[in-house]
Design a binder for this molecule. Structure first.
Ligand code: ADP
Ligand code: ZN
Length: 605
């Protein structure tokens, strides 16, 4: 039997465990049950893969991500690990062969789709071989209140009853306390050891900008900071996904659409291309992303406001799994607030449900409007405290100015008040702003709004500044928006502002310049730039990798990650032994690709 540390080095090519990995691995190797909460990119897979290699028997991995099983198995095979899967995509022959391998003990890991658990043949099959452990991936799928509930996950309790002595390890990147409790109780893991990591992702730079011309702003981001990078653009609706993907393509950026309205074949093709090819942009609704373990997603851009902080965290978390610098960018405007409130008002379910949705939105708005470190705000949502500002978010890098918006707020709120109380009329933000700016539009004249005392009293701000004021009043709960037309009304708290009992601080909208590089130690380590002299070698290695990946029909990252190629380019090894010291180069990959890598370097030299 090999030691975990040795497996880590020889099979995976890594020098040391990260965070809780070592403790988790040792606990499971010794036969203990574990519940692991670790952020995306934290390194959850090693936590069950190494115990499966160290312990006697085959590790059974339950995973809902059928479309990704082939890639997972390919990645393990490239490391020399004997892995296979059983799911509905296989024909009976393939399945029988895999079953035979399992029974003969010629596998280290066997991935099972959850629907297999329903079949009587599954426990029969499993009892014919030796099981080293059960790994339950994406364990939040057992939660009935989450987004990804899989009824078959409830069957997992039967496995435990049947094989009580086999250790179980459940893993998820879903962070909230409530979800953790629910997983523990449904999977009967209350007695298990819980390993809860920090959910900080220091290599991700969080930025939230006012939305002016969203498509232009996006294009700017892609052209100036993420040329040739792979990334995901999230949109709220299917039609905006299609339009945005089309538009980016016209602009010369390779972009693919993904949403539930596309047929299964197109979705599968687009997902496979995104995983396999370098530098594609996926434009998608949130239907896309769970379990996507592409390590080199360099940016996640949101063109619409996410519905909750948790959703925002999960979606942005798909950037930078490899630990290299990545961007989480969100453009957000007044219209987002209006639209989301409307969706909540018209959503199905009872009042309590709507109230909960409203609270989720409020927390998201607070994150958007904060003048403090975004990362602190984000982590606070998961009950984590950051001891100092992060130095790698937009508010840390270019601290926003705040200004005393009390008078502006009073002007705006009193216009809303007069319309409502004197005339029993309610209007959207556009009309109120026109009134304050003294614009005699057709709609203003039609309603005699030029006769109001507030007509023309707000010319010290321009239209976009006023929109910023309205957005922030909504976010602070000093104004409410309702209905199909986004009509505005006062809240209880508005009275305090109108009665001069409350001051209003607002964030100044600065023309959002891209912030410069990160400043803190962690962020800097993550940002370790490729030295200029290593850039040509890196590019040559990338094209060698692309060609090899195509030839073997696997995603490029299955061969080597970007981080590994960067280190190879920087160190420029000339012997296999030297190459073997690079992080991510294990014995199997050294034997398989080592010479080709050295040849590529020599040819470029
Ligand atoms: P998760 O499943 O938690 O999102 P993964 O298991 O995919 O994360 O790991 C994220 C990345 O970190 C992968 O590229 C993996 O190879 C790498 N990684 C994991 N553990 C280590 C380690 N101890 N040293 C170096 N790299 C690691
Ligand atoms: Zn910060």
């Amino acid at each position: 039997m090999s030691e975990p540390a040795q497996v880590l080095r020889t099979v995976f090519g890594y020098d040391s465990f990260r965070g809780d990995q070592q403790a988790i691995v040792e606990h499971v190797v010794a036969g203990g049950d574990a519940l692991v909460l670790m952020p995306t990119g934290g390194g959850k897979s090693l936590c069950y893969q190494i115990p499966a290699l160290v312990r006697d028997g085959v590790g059974i991995v339950i995973s809902p991500l059928i479309a990704l099983m082939q890639d997972q198995v390919d990645a393990l095979s490239a490391l020399g690990v004997r892995a296979g899967f059983l799911n509905s995509t296989q024909d009976p022959d393939e399945r029988r062969m895999m079953e035979a391998l399992y029974v003969a003990g010629e596998l280290d890991l066997l991935y099972l789709a959850p629907e297999r658990l329903r079949m009587e043949s599954t426990p029969q099959l499993l009892s014919r071989g030796k099981i080293s452990l059960f790994a339950i991936d994406e364990a939040h799928c057992v939660s009935q209140w989450g987004h990804d509930f899989r009824p078959d996950y409830l069957q997992l309790s039967h496995l435990h009853e049947r094989w009580p002595e086999v250790p179980r390890i459940a893993l998820t990147a879903t962070a909230t306390e409530a979800t953790r409790k629910e997983i523990a109780s449904r999977l009967n893991l209350e007695q298990a050891r819980h390993f809860v990591s920090s959910f900080d992702r220091p290599n991700i730079q969080y930025r939230i900008v006012p939305k002016n011309e969203p498509k232009r702003q996006l294009l700017d981001l892609l052209r100036t900071e993420h040329k040739g990078d792979a990334g995901i653009v999230y949109c709220l609706s299917r039609s905006s996904v299609d339009k945005t993907a089309e538009w980016l393509t016209e602009q010369g950026i390779q972009a693919l659409p993904y949403h539930a309205g596309l047929d299964a074949q197109t979705r599968a093709t687009n997902q496979a291309r995104f995983l396999r090819e370098d530098g594609l942009v996926m434009v998608a609704t949130i239907a896309f992303g769970m379990g996507i373990d592409k390590p080199d997603v360099r940016f996640v851009a949101h063109l619409d406001l996410p519905k909750s902080v948790e959703g925002y965290y999960q979606e942005t978390g798909r950037a930078g799994r490899d630990g290299l610098p990545s961007t989480a960018w969100l453009a957000y405007g007044l219209q987002d607030v209006v639209q989301q409130r409307k969706m909540i008002d018209t959503s199905e379910g009872d009042d309590a449900h709507r109230r909960r949705l409203g609270q989720h939105l409020d927390a998201m708005l607070a994150l958007c409007e904060t003048v403090e470190c975004r990362r602190s705000g984000l982590l606070a949502y998961f009950n984590e405290t950051l001891t100092e500002a992060c130095g790698n978010c937009d508010t840390c890098l270019t601290p926003p100015e705040s200004w005393d918006g009390t008078i502006a707020a009073q002007k705006f709120l009193s216009a809303v008040f007069r319309l409502d109380k004197e005339r029993r009329q309610r209007f959207g933000a556009g009309q109120v702003i026109d009134i304050l700016l003294g614009r005699k539009t057709a709609k203003v004249i039609q309603h005699d709004h030029d006769g109001l005392t507030v007509f023309g009293i707000g010319t010290e701000l321009n239209e976009s500044e006023w929109r910023g004021v309205v957005r922030q009043l909504l976010a602070q709960g000093l104004l409410a928006v309702e209905g199909d037309y986004g009509t505005l009304s006062l809240t209880e708290a508005s009275a305090d502002v109108l009665g001069r009992r409350r001051e209003v601080r607002l964030r100044r909208e600065n023309a959002a310049k891209p912030p410069k590089a990160a400043r803190t130690a962690t962020a800097k380590a993550a940002a370790a730039e490729l030295p200029a002299e290593a850039a040509p070698a890196f590019e040559q290695l990338r094209s060698w990798r692309a060609a090899t990946a195509r030839e073997q029909g696997v995603p490029a990252y299955v061969i080597f990650h970007d981080a590994t190629l960067r280190q190879i380019a920087t160190q420029a090894p000339t012997t296999l032994a030297e190459l073997g010291t690079v992080s991510g180069v294990g014995e199997n990959k050294l034997a398989k690709y080592g010479q080709a890598v050295l040849d590529t370097l020599a040819a470029g030299g």
